[in-house]
Design a binder for this molecule. Sequence first.
Ligand code: AP5
Length: 214
Amino acid sequence: MISGAPASGKGTQCELITKKYDLVHIAAGDLLRAEIDAGTENGRLAKEYMEKGQLVPNEIVVMMVKDRLSQPDSKEKGWLLDGYPRSESQATALKKFGFDPDIFILLEVPEEILVERVVGRRLDPVTGKIYHLTYSPPETEEIAGRLTHRFDDTEEKVKLRLKTHNSNVKDVVSIYEDLSVKVDGSLSKQEVFAEIDSILSSLFEKKGMTSHSV
Ligand code: AP5
């Protein structure tokens, strides 16, 4: 599991982790945005909460994540859960369904850095890759021309998202205390990954699991 404030770098690190360890990346935010794009009733409801930076109700999120975790690829390869659970009740539901993590990584980044990261973030709708206009600029003009901006990536909305995060994070961290590792997410993307990679390599070794290094 990977957790952290909005724009702490969860998605960015998940791209690197899944590439090396061949896990299935399951991001609650991405599942919700897919519902919005598909124009479903759940998506319409979820957007109302996401616009306000609030947690989407469990009735929508819990089963959505459970269903994705239950897919054959997640069972076969193992999963990397990003942005879930965000509350005690979500963690309890996950446990009840029999999904227990091996590790809980918490990315720590000071708030002043988070706002700058949110405002400069752009997404490539074709590859799903995450960019930042300053820290990870697009490689070509063609990619630059098609980048999109998330509807909740404004300074005003990220402050609301941060408030929600700050009021829930302690509950979630305390549930996974024994499995928790804090990582300094304010360093460069590669430095953060080096730290996570070393943690995961030791874990895989200890558990006798193999990674599919590329
Ligand atoms: P979600 O999509 O999960 O958003 P979030 O938690 O706010 O996190 P972000 O996706 O904004 O950031 P990130 O940490 O992945 O950072 P990234 O790698 O992109 O959730 C959105 C909404 O959905 C929530 O507000 C809520 O309403 C709802 N929701 C989601 N999960 C839910 C749940 N479980 N229950 C209920 N509701 C839920 O990086 C950000 C930027 O910084 C990028 O531009 C990147 O290039 C740059 N960057 C990353 N790392 C570095 C670095 N080390 N140095 C410099 N720049 C960096």
